[in-house]
Design a protein around this ligand. Structure first.
Ligand SMILES: CC(C)(COP(=O)(O)OP(=O)(O)OC[C@H]1O[C@@H](n2cnc3c(N)ncnc32)[C@H](O)[C@@H]1OP(=O)(O)O)[C@@H](O)C(=O)NCCC(=O)NCCS
Length: 149
């Protein structure tokens, strides 16, 4: 039996989030990079532990992390108070990232991560949550459609 735990992340999770960010980015987007040096440079710029630590420490961001049998397998990031040019309401939050490692995609962990962030956004008083997704990402689009209230 798998024991799944999803909780809000804190600064001491920065190393987990950094490596999850890097590996899930590689699993999903590395094929878009022709030059592996560009990819390495992007990883170092975007997923350094120091950068992630600062981002978790920013009170406008909420990170959640998922564990399966204590192993970190996914994370999600919500940006509070993030308006969109496509929405009239200014009281909106943005689901900026939600990524589960490929090996664990069958466990419905995306739903647990998203539910936690929606709870947090609701408590914060957000009226809407918005996000961007690649048109080609059919699985994510199916997933988001299930969450539309
Ligand atoms: C997006 C993500 C967080 C969703 O979490 P999840 O736990 O996989 O979501 P679910 O399994 O609940 O829902 C996915 C739905 O898409 C369906 N699906 C699976 N593969 C699919 C595909 N190739 N095309 C279309 N639909 C697909 C599933 O059947 C499921 O619907 P169902 O519950 O009605 O059967 C997760 O898939 C993920 O981390 N993907 C890789 C990273 C990513 O794309 N992140 C989002 C960037 S915007």
């Amino acid at each position: 039996m798998n024991i799944i735990e999803v909780r809000e992340a804190n600064i001491s999770d920065a190393q987990f989030i950094a490596i999850l960010g890097r590996v899930t980015f590689s699993e999903n987007f590395s094929h878009f990079f022709k030059d592996s040096n560009d990819l390495l440079e992007y990883y170092n710029r975007t997923f350094s532990v120091e950068k992630i630590r600062k981002s978790i420490d920013n009170s406008n961001n909420v990170f959640c992390i998922a564990f399966v049998n204590e192993l970190p397998v996914g994370y999600a990031k919500l940006k509070l108070n993030s308006p969109s040019e496509f929405l009239k309401s200014k009281n909106t939050s943005q689901l900026q990232k939600i990524y589960v490692l490929k090996d664990f995609l069958s466990l419905k962990i995306g739903l647990e991560l998203q539910t936690k962030l929606i709870e947090k956004a609701t408590r914060h008083g957000s009226q809407l949550i918005w996000l961007s997704v690649l048109k080609s990402n059919h699985r994510a689009i199916q997933f988001y459609k299930k969450m539309v209230l």
